[in-house]
Ligand binder design. Structure first.
Ligand SMILES: [Zn+2]
Length: 125
């Protein structure tokens, strides 16, 4: 029954691989969505800053405290976006083809260079 053991192990490995792949794709989608959302907040922040600055120039209103608060908010958002992008890059780059050493996006099941099935052993940071 050694053959059955091998077949069953192979099927289990394939299933585990598929689950892992699905989890990675979900993680990538979530990260992309989070980045999109934070970029949206940053754009809104820039727009508000622009409007406040317009008031300063046109109406001579002192709203520098509000501008300063928005500056801090923009800094925080930029830090957050950079961290999310780094996280996304690490999830995406993750896999190295054992045959040819190409870095393969975890979105692919096979190496686009040599066609080898991609093992799910990750590169340690
Ligand atoms: Zn390869």
């Amino acid at each position: 029954m050694a053959i059955w053991g091998e077949i069953s192990k192979g099927a289990k490995d394939a299933a585990a691989f598929t689950v892992k792949k699905t989890e990675e794709i979900t993680a990538i989608a979530k990260l992309k969505l989070a980045i999109h959302s934070e970029v949206g907040k940053l754009e809104k922040c820039y727009q508000e800053m622009g409007e406040l600055y317009y008031e300063i120039l046109r109406k001579d209103v002192d709203n520098s405290a509000e501008v300063a608060a928005l500056l801090l908010e923009a800094d925080e958002l930029k830090t957050k976006i950079a961290a999310l992008k780094a996280q996304l890059a690490s999830v995406q780059r993750g896999i190295i083809c054992k045959e040819c050493g190409t870095q393969v996006s975890s979105e692919y099941g096979f190496c686009p260079i040599c066609g080898t099935k991609i093992a799910d052993d990750k590169v340690e940071e």
